[in-house]
Ligand binder design. Structure first.
Ligand code: ADP
Length: 173
């Protein structure tokens, strides 16, 4: 599992993978945070394709082309807004990772990168979110060599990366 999951600190729009995952909103309209960065880097065609899709419920995922990104595809998933933890947030966040991986599998993609979904504007505590991200990803990954084979957790801060590394260590020890 170690060779299939990695943690990096960086800008997800620079990632050279088959698909990057976007922490989108239910309207699939260009927003702030990682969503704004992805739309800026991909160009206006991305917003146009998102507009045609029309929206995406929390916990689900939709796929578009990547346009000017190095990634061929963008998988848009909508993380839960943090309301204190008793509103199904954990299940919805896990569903984001699972459904994004299922979509990558359906498209035969071998590598993908995730941002730390819901941990920015949506306010999910970063340590809890990282534990869910790692657990849900490991549960959803198919057998080695199947699609997707490699998953990168692309963290925007060293602190976020430390949470993901700790979660990986805790599960894999
Ligand atoms: P959400 O609304 O799901 O909370 P945000 O975009 O506000 O989404 O934040 C999700 C995570 O993405 C945060 O940890 C934020 O620091 C991170 N982030 C913001 N910009 C980038 C980027 N260019 N690459 C990778 N991660 C990013």
């Amino acid at each position: 599992m170690r060779d299939r999951l990695s943690v990096v600190v960086g800008d997800i729009t620079k990632l050279e993978v088959d698909a990057i995952v976007n922490a989108a909103n239910e309207q699939l309209l260009r927003g702030g945070g990682v969503d704004g960065a992805i739309h800026r880097a991909a160009g206006p065609e991305l917003q146009e394709e998102c507009r045609k899709i029309g929206g995406c419920p929390t916990g689900e995922a939709r796929i578009t082309r990547g346009y000017r990104l190095p990634a061929r595809y963008v998988i848009h998933t909508v993380g839960p807004v943090w309301h204190g933890g008793n509103k199904g947030e954990a299940d919805l966040l896990a569903a984001c990772y699972r459904n994004s991986i299922l979509l990558a599998n359906a498209h035969g993609l071998s590598s993908m990168g995730f941002p730390a979904i819901s941990t920015g504007i949506y306010g999910y505590p970063a340590d809890e979110a990282a534990a869910i991200a790692v657990r849900a990803t490991m549960d959803a990954l198919p057998e080695p060599g199947a699609s997707p084979d490699k998953v990168i957790f692309c963290c925007f801060s060293e602190e976020s990366a430390a949470h993901h590394r700790a979660a990986l260590d805790a599960i894999l020890q």
